[in-house]
Design a protein around this ligand. Sequence first.
Ligand SMILES: NC(=O)c1ccc[n+]([C@@H]2O[C@H](COP(=O)([O-])OP(=O)(O)OC[C@H]3O[C@@H](n4cnc5c(N)ncnc54)[C@H](OP(=O)(O)O)[C@@H]3O)[C@@H](O)[C@H]2O)c1
Length: 255
Amino acid sequence: MHERLTLRNKVALVTGASSGLGAHFSRVLAMAGARVLISGRRQDKLDQLADRISDNQGDVLVLPMDVTDEDSIRHAIVSSNENTGPITVLVNNAGVAYPDRLVNATEEAWDRTMDTNLKGVWRVSRAVCRNLLDLELPGSIVNIASILGLHPGFGAGSYAVSKAGVIHMTRVMALELGRGRIRVNAICPGYFKTDMNKDYLESSKGREYINRTPARRTGEFHELDIPLLMLASDAGSFINGAVLPVDGGHLLNSL
Ligand SMILES: NC(=O)c1ccc[n+]([C@@H]2O[C@H](COP(=O)([O-])OP(=O)(O)OC[C@H]3O[C@@H](n4cnc5c(N)ncnc54)[C@H](OP(=O)(O)O)[C@@H]3O)[C@@H](O)[C@H]2O)c1
C-alpha cells in the first residue's frame, strides 16, 4: 500500500510553498520521495523551508515564482526542464483572501483575489500541461480550493467565488486533459489555522464559529496528507475530476 503512494522519480511543483499549507504539502511530497520545487514570492521563507526539508534528507529546490506573473512561470518551466526534469506533479496552492461581503468588496481586492486564486491556477496549469503534452508525459494536478467554493458563507465573497471557479476549472481541465494522461483533482479544505485566518480563528467570534461545526475543531495539517498523496500519486490513477472536501463534516452545516 505504501508503495502505491510513493512519488519517487516525480518532480513536484508547489505554488505558495512559503507558508501554511503549502509549506506542509512540500514536506509531505518530499517525504513521499518527490523532488520538490518550492515556489512563492518570499525567497527568505522558501530558503528556510528548503533547509528544513534537506535536513530531513528531502530533495528540494527553491524556484521563486509569482503566479500572477507569466514570465516567472515561463522561467520556472524552462529551468525545471533543464535542471531537475519536467514537472509532473503540480499542487496549485497559492492563494490570498480579503475577507469582505461582495457588496463591500473593493474592485482592487476582487481583482487581486481573482488574479491569484483563479487566473493563477489557470496560468500555472496551462504552462505545466503544455510542457507535459509536448513531452508526451503523464501528470497529476491537485488544486487547493475550499469548502467556500462549494457552499456560500458570509464574509469572504470574492474568495468564495474564486474557489468556485477553481472547482469548475478542475472539472473542465480533467475532461480536456484526461486523454493526455493528465489528471486534475481538487481538495476543498475546511478551516486549518494558518497566517491567512489565524487572527479570525483565535478571536472569540472565530472560536464560536468553529465550535458550531460538527467536529468542533479546526483541521490538523497531517489530516490533509493522505488526500494529497492519493491524488498526486499513481494510487489515484483512476481518479480524475474529483473534488474532495477535507473538513470534518463542516459542509454538512450552513457555512
Ligand atoms: N487555511 C485554511 O483554512 C484554508 C482553507 C481552505 C483553503 N485554503 C487554501 O489553501 C491555500 C494556502 O493557504 P494558507 O491557508 O496556507 O495561507 P497562507 O499561509 O497565507 O499561504 C498562502 C500562500 O500563497 C502564496 N501566494 C500568495 N500570492 C501569491 C502569488 N501571487 N504568487 C505566488 N504565491 C502566492 C503565499 O506566498 P508568498 O507571499 O511568499 O508569495 C503563501 O505561501 C490557499 O489557496 C487557501 O485559499 C486554506
